[in-house]
Design a protein around this ligand. Structure first.
Ligand code: SF4
Length: 175
């Protein structure tokens, strides 16, 4: 097991062209800053669970147990595929010694909070968490987590970094 600090991050924030439209959301300043002291582990739940690039856009739709992940126009339900992959991925991350997670805001797969969820009447409520991020939160309740937009604030970035170091101190051996 490596002693390096490892932070999982939405791949599109690292400049990988994995978004639904074949684009990315490169956060160069943020990722360069973090890469000075940690290894950034790219995760794209939508592509890694088997969906293509480009692909139809998806959203969360209210359902009794948890929101479902559906394509917007054709209404294909990818919930089962995403959850099965997420659980496997989380087992792998557990073995790889993870110390933090940075998720792309607003994403129905990666976003941590305020993700739009469509209710039965067709209205949207910003109450959701992306499906992968939700599984991650359940499995690692103490893991430091943030969205890229929060980390534009230097105070929140500083706090996130301190939380990552504290998490490593409390959970793993280190040199
Ligand atoms: S937000 Fe998440 S699922 Fe969407 S492209 Fe970025 S890494 Fe992939």
């Amino acid at each position: 097991m490596s002693n390096r600090i490892r932070i999982a991050i939405s791949s599109c924030l690292l400049g990988h062209a994995v978004r639904y439209d074949g684009g990315h959301r490169y956060e160069q300043h943020l990722t360069d800053t973090l890469a000075r002291f940690c290894e950034l582990v790219p995760v794209c739940p939508e592509v890694d669970c088997g969906l293509p690039v480009p692909r139809e856009t998806m959203h969360l739709v209210e359902a009794p147990e948890r929101p479902h992940l559906l394509t917007i126009d054709s209404r294909l339900d990818h919930t089962g595929q995403m959850l099965a992959w997420s659980r496997e991925q989380i087992e792998e991350l557990e073995e790889e010694n993870l110390h933090g997670y940075i998720g792309k805001s607003h994403s129905p797969s990666c976003g941590l909070e305020n993700v739009a969820v469509m209710a039965a009447d067709g209205t949207y409520h910003k109450t959701g968490t992306g499906l992968f991020a939700l599984e991650l939160k359940k499995h690692f309740p103490e893991l430091p987590m943030a969205e890229e937009c929060q980390l534009h604030n230097p105070k929140l970035l500083d706090k996130f970094i301190k939380d990552v170091f504290a998490y490593r101190r409390h959970t793993h051996q280190h040199p």
